[in-house]
Design a protein around this ligand. Structure first.
Ligand SMILES: *[C@@H]1O[C@H](CO)[C@@H](O)[C@H](O)[C@H]1NC(C)=O
Length: 353
């Protein structure tokens, strides 16, 4: 549900603390940390090293495990083409917005070179509902609004995120789109958020009819650049408590640690929102208030050999900037892998086969 920052609690037994913290999905609960599942065996290949030829078959898919009980709970998935409605909250600049917008537009752009963002999304669209309909491969940005003045203040709560959506619907700056709408609230670097940095980097849920008038899927993701890049923009920044351990930050593909970190969190939340929009479709675990969803299962895995604290193999551009997928207009992004219901493992289009 929520993408949580890495917490020092687990440092004692992980070289890099990455995987699988789950939060309560219910907005009024305080997040609960779960014991990370130890899905990801440490590969003998070092991060960035190793070759496909030396990897045994079992390492072609990362984190593969029969112990993960990801199950379908009979609710809907987002099977109709998605229309994204973006609320840019706070002092966003075009330079910070552009990579995020391009990432959203890349998800269904099949013209980008492999490994592409659209190929990355094709794993998400392997999920179906009880009628056999797959998660849609089509996502478009239907409308964007800006709230430069931060009308609900510079310190938000989970409830005020819903109020922001309600405000935009009431003012008719965004439509009520029951069939296809996905509402995204992106907060600028100066905006504080309840539990941001301490417990969450992003979350998705659905709006309450009592508050917003409608039940609509939404997600919030914050720009962590000024507040906690080491927590929420990993691996472009590493937490200070890890810096002495030899962990080096990767260079961000679009040149901004907070923005490039946000892209991976947006990817995480969109994958989960589409497969579990009303929190009654695809998740693992017995507790629906703390579900482990398809991106939670692969947090920290970006390529072959990833898991257990290793990012896995990624590519570098001519300037030494790390990425694993291509997008529109020559953009590159680094996003985590997601769990495939077909091979029952974390997969991404940059896998070495
Ligand atoms: C729909 O999902 C099924 C089951 O995962 C998969 O076999 C099929 O390829 C998917 N179709 C598309 C268009 O993604």
């Amino acid at each position: 549900m929520s993408l949580l920052p890495m917490l020092p609690l687990f440092l004692s037994f992980l070289l890099l603390p990455t995987l699988l913290y789950s939060a309560s999905t219910y907005p009024y609960h305080t997040p609960q940390q779960k014991q990370p599942l130890n899905l990801h065996q440490r590969s003998s290949a070092s991060a960035g090293g190793g070759s496909a030829a030396t990897l045994p078959d079992s390492k072609r898919y990362e984190g593969s495990s029969d112990l993960v009980d990801l199950r379908y709970h009979m609710g809907p998935v987002l099977s109709t083409p998605m229309r994204l409605y973006v609320i840019w909250y706070g002092r966003w600049t075009p330079a910070l917005q552009a990579p995020i917008r391009d990432f959203l537009l890349s998800l269904s752009d099949t013209s980008a070179a492999a490994p592409s963002a659209a190929q990355w999304w094709s794993t998400v669209s392997l999920y179906t509902d009880q009628t056999g309909s797959n998660v849609s491969r089509s996502l478009s940005i239907a409308a964007e609004v800006s709230d430069l003045a931060a009308s609900r203040g510079r310190s938000l709560t989970r409830l005020s995120v819903q109020q922001l959506i309600a405000d935009a619907l009431k003012a008719s700056s965004l439509p009520v789109d029951h069939r296809r709408g996905v509402y995204l609230v992106f907060t600028a670097p100066e905006i504080a958020m309840q539990d941001f940095c301490r417990a969450v980097c992003g979350f998705h849920y659905f709006t309450f009819a009592s508050l917003v008038g409608h039940t609509l899927p939404y997600a919030w993701v914050g720009h962590s650049g000024a507040q906690c890049p080491g927590m929420c923009a990993y691996p472009f920044a590493v937490p200070s408590y890890m810096a002495g351990g030899g962990a080096a930050a990767m260079r961000p593909p679009n040149g901004d640690v907070g923005t490039d970190g946000m892209v991976s969190v947006v990817a995480h939340e969109l994958a989960e929102l589409s497969t579990n929009p009303l929190v009654n479709a695809w998740y693992a675990g017995e507790d629906p208030t703390a579900p482990t969803e398809i991106a939670d299962l692969c947090e920290g895995v970006y390529g072959t050999g990833g898991g257990g604290g290793y990012t896995g193999q990624m590519s570098k551009d001519g300037q030494g900037r790390s990425y694993n997928i291509n997008g529109r207009g020559g953009r590159r992004f680094l996003v985590q892998w997601v769990w495939s219901p077909v091979v029952k493992a974390c997969v991404g289009p940059n896998a070495m086969v």
